[in-house]
Design a protein around this ligand. Structure first.
Ligand code: TYD
Ligand code: MG
Length: 444
């Protein structure tokens, strides 16, 4: 018999408590704990014996992945959609999650899919599909928010792919809190995950991201789900899709799309789309090659260094880590002899790209120096390399591929770590290998 248990769940961090409290002991937020009733299966440990199986005897069958019809999407998923898997697509409202998944459903020719919307009416969805000129033959629609009835309908229709748009609108009977609350989101996702595993249906969950950047409430979902993909806005029409967890492939694989009037279009060769095509050379700008998943991406980094009139000079980064900038400015002082304590420093990665790689260090520092001296860097120059605290320039992974990509796009000079200089010359590219920051500054 199922036992009804009352528990109190923090709507901010997802922590569960036995009694109500005014302030969450975990995340220290006030007034965020709500009562929630979650049916727990009864029975104890007695009786049931778990099955044991030697690993060598586990039967493995080759899974046929389902193609989403978009190569960029497949690449982020690790080569297509795995039957029985649950994929969460997170992103800001309006970034294009519904559009992308509707396109996937319609383009799964010969594969039955169900698109469940808790946000839009059937007419709205059908109209959007028609406007985008999508084939509608094998797509079934449901407009509902009850997980149990959706799963029952899906069992009957037996599709291969099910889209739930969005997980925040769904609810499970027996859980008392409102849709969108942590308990509902978590229980709905858990229910759907069990359903996916049992039925072999691949499920896409749409998840809205909150203002603070987390998926509704906490990141509770990420543990339950097989693949977590984020669709990021770039402040332009480009959208970047990135897997941050993938049980079936590599993470950090990146897909690039453009939001057009005809829906999401994949950009199959995105390596240079974020470079501005400028006419004149500007000081404070440098081009680098970052590595995203399994391919290089050329991006421009801009720095503005200006006299500061504030007590504490400003340090501002967009698309880069702020702490790293502070650290690099200290290195620049100590090993390059250039002071910035009396200067505001602003740094921006063009195109809304977020750079987490350390390979941006050297390009960032040289962009800063270029702005300080108001002297533009050559516009056919590419720079990458990690900068250490001792002022040493360290090599980064995939150096050769980065250089080749830069050469392909017409860059003629490179300043990189000496350890990254390839044995064989790359035609059309003059490469300066440096060991120390001071050497790089000398070349300029
Ligand atoms: P949508 O897929 O509804 O976003 P989400 O589900 O992530 O909230 O996309 C909505 C936005 O995309 C909306 O602002 C309009 C724009 N859009 C286009 O530019 N072109 C299109 O073809 C479509 C369908 C939407
Ligand atoms: Mg939507």
């Amino acid at each position: 018999m199922a036992k009804i248990k009352k528990s109190y769940v923090c709507q901010n961090c997802g922590a569960v408590f036995g009694r109500w409290e005014g302030r969450c002991p975990e995340c220290r937020q006030w007034n965020c704990i709500e009562e929630s009733v979650i049916p727990t299966p009864g029975g104890g440990y007695a009786g049931a014996v778990a099955e044991i199986c030697p690993m060598a005897e586990v039967k493995m069958h080759r899974v046929e992945r389902i193609s989403t019809g978009m190569k960029e999407f497949d690449r982020v998923l690790g080569g297509g959609l795995v039957p029985g898997s649950v994929v969460l697509i997170g992103g800001d409202p309006g970034v294009g999650k519904s559009t992308a998944l509707l396109q996937v459903c319609c383009n799964l020719r010969g594969i039955k899919s169900i698109y469940v919307s808790g946000e839009e009416s059937l007419a709205q969805i059908a109209m959007r599909a028609r406007r985008l000129g999508l084939p509608a033959d094998d797509v079934l629609l449901i407009s509902d928010t009850e997980i149990e009835s959706i799963c029952a309908a899906a069992s009957r229709a037996a599709p291969q792919v099910l889209v739930i748009d969005s997980i925040q609108t769904m609810q499970v009977a027996g859980v008392s809190s409102s849709p969108g609350s942590v308990s509902q989101v978590r229980e709905s996702a858990a229910h759907l995950t069990r359903f996916a595993k049992k039925s072999g249906i691949a499920i896409f969950l749409v998840g809205h991201v909150t203002k603070t950047g987390g998926l509704a409430g906490p990141r509770v979902l990420e543990h339950i789900i097989d693949v977590v993909v984020y669709l990021e806005d770039t402040k332009s029409r480009f959208r970047i899709m990135r897997a941050i967890k993938n049980r079936y492939g590599a993470v950090n694989e990146l897909g690039v799309f453009a939001m057009t009037e005809n829906g999401m279009k994949e950009i199959s060769n995105p390596s240079a789309i974020f470079l501005s095509r400028r006419q004149e050379r500007m000081s404070g700008s440098a081009v680098m090659v970052i590595w995203e998943g399994s391919r290089p991406l050329l991006v421009e980094i801009q720095a503005l260094v200006d006299t500061s009139y504030a007590e504490h000079p400003r340090r501002l980064t967009v698309g880069l880590e702020a702490n790293r900038l502070t650290m690099l400015l200290a290195v620049l002082h100590k090993h390059g002899g250039l002071v910035s304590f009396d200067k505001d420093v602003f740094v921006n990665v063009v195109g809304g790209v977020k750079v987490v790689e350390t390979s941006a260090d050297l390009a960032l520092l040289l962009a800063i120096v270029s702005s300080m001296k108001d002297s533009p860097l050559p516009d056919d120059l590419i720079i990458f390399g990690e900068v250490g605290l001792a002022g040493e320039i360290r090599p980064v992974a995939n150096g050769q591929e980065r250089l080749r990509e830069a050469a392909k796009h017409g860059f003629k000079r490179a300043i990189i770590s000496q350890a990254n200089v390839p044995n064989k010359a790359i035609s059309g590219l003059r490469i300066d290998g440096v060991n120390k920051l001071s050497e790089a500054l000398e070349i300029l």
